[in-house]
Design a protein around this ligand. Structure first.
Ligand SMILES: *[C@@H]1O[C@H](CO)[C@@H](O)[C@H](O)[C@H]1NC(C)=O
Ligand SMILES: *[C@@H]1O[C@H](CO)[C@@H](O)[C@H](O)[C@H]1NC(C)=O
Ligand SMILES: *[C@@H]1O[C@H](CO)[C@@H](O)[C@H](O)[C@H]1NC(C)=O
Ligand SMILES: *[C@@H]1O[C@H](CO)[C@@H](O)[C@H](O)[C@H]1NC(C)=O
Ligand SMILES: [Zn+2]
Ligand SMILES: [Zn+2]
Length: 314
């Protein structure tokens, strides 16, 4: 149950800060802790409202860091990556982000952009190695015969379209030793849902599983650190044939829809999509949409299933 205790402590701490008389709170809590309940990112980004090319507002480096983390930016020059200069490269990255999330691509940090960026999301980048697979494009719909029907897809793949080999349609999954016992069933249900809608079958294995699921907090050595409670990323998974899927242990998790908590099964459905080779979808109703709100539940939709069919040519 460790995964529930930490968010509980955070929550009690937040209540303490809110209820404590300010003089008292100032004496007992270091001032830096004020950003505890709104991530540093959220604090800065809200101050950037209206920013555009040419601005040098303090905090623009936080916007650069966010867009870099999710694949929209890569400065060759470290100085440019960490300064507060809203340059051409940043404007272009903001526009691409806006296009991917159906926001008018103005390059201006408007309310819609701020609201999207401050919604908790999956930690997997939208863009890997510079190719924006989320850009809507006409795809040759292979299952419709050799002549093909061109459809505009919302789903996406990873760069290079990594996938499981054709012979590998049965995949096993396992859990890290610290995995909470009551979190196993929601993950198993998510595998069952993917199994009902695809050519894959899944079974739990005690050893040598193809897919391994665990809880981690902070920097856990895979190059994609988590960011604590109420930060921007809540879980992530790697493209085939890697098989790793991690929940952020600092978030509050639930079984089913619980206000302020993330549903284990909904997030598992999303991350399993990555394990099978799907990138993020532009369709807000798809399980593969990157933003995952607290308090809700979601299922696979037609876009997710079409994505798998297209990737595996079935
Ligand atoms: C951005 O720069 C403009 C001038 O080009 C200025 O009027 C505006 O206040 C700046 N915005 C912010 C949020 O700093
Ligand atoms: C990096 O960018 C800064 C600011 O734009 C510039 O002063 C510096 O010369 C650049 N360094 C390199 C190695 O290009
Ligand atoms: C990015 O591209 C480089 C060179 O093309 C390649 O070695 C690397 O594996 C790619 N990374 C990912 C995550 O696809
Ligand atoms: C893509 O998603 C949008 C909603 O975000 C939807 O209106 C559109 O029909 C979807 N396209 C396809 C081909 O499913
Ligand atoms: Zn994701
Ligand atoms: Zn990880």
């Amino acid at each position: 149950m460790a995964f529930k205790i930490f968010p509980l402590i955070s929550f009690l701490f937040l209540i303490f800060i809110l209820l404590a008389p300010s003089g008292h709170a100032k004496r007992s809590i270091p001032s830096g802790k004020k950003t505890f309940f709104a991530s540093a990112f959220e604090y800065f980004i809200k101050k950037l409202k209206g920013c555009h090319k040419g601005n040098t507002t303090k905090g623009i480096h936080e916007l650069k860091a966010y867009l870099e983390k999710f694949g929209y930016l890569r400065y060759p020059n470290k100085t440019q990556a960490t300064d507060d200069d809203f340059d051409d490269i940043l404007e272009s990255a903001v526009k691409t982000y806006q296009e991917n999330y159906h926001i008018k691509p103005s390059g201006i940090v408007d309310d819609e952009t701020i609201s999207k960026m401050t919604t908790p999301r999956c930690g997997v980048p939208d863009i890997i190695n510079g190719t924006n697979y989320m850009h809507p494009r006409h795809r040759n719909h292979k299952s419709s015969g050799s002549s093909g029907v061109h459809v505009v897809s919302n789903y996406s793949f990873f760069d290079g379209e990594p996938k499981w080999p054709p012979s590998k349609t049965h995949l096993t999954y396992g859990f890290l030793p610290n995995f909470p016992a009551n979190a196993v069933a929601p993950v198993a249900r998510a595998f069952q849902k993917w199994q009902s809608s695809t050519h894959f079958t899944f079974a739990r294995a005690q050893t040598n599983a193809d897919l391994v699921i665990g809880f981690y907090r902070g920097d856990h050595g895979d190059g994609a650190p988590f960011d604590g409670p109420l930060g921007d990323s809540i879980a992530h998974a790697f493209a085939p044939p890697d098989g790793r899927f991690h929940y952020d242990a600092d978030e509050t998790w639930s079984i089913g829809a619980v206000a302020g908590a993330f549903d284990l099964e909904t997030v598992a459905l999303h991350e399993i999509g990555h394990l099978l080779g799907l990138g993020h979808s532009m369709d807000e109703a798809a399980i593969m949409y990157a933003m995952i709100g607290a308090g809700g539940i979601k299922n696979l939709n037609a876009d997710d299933i079409q994505g798998i069919r297209d990737l595996y040519n079935i």
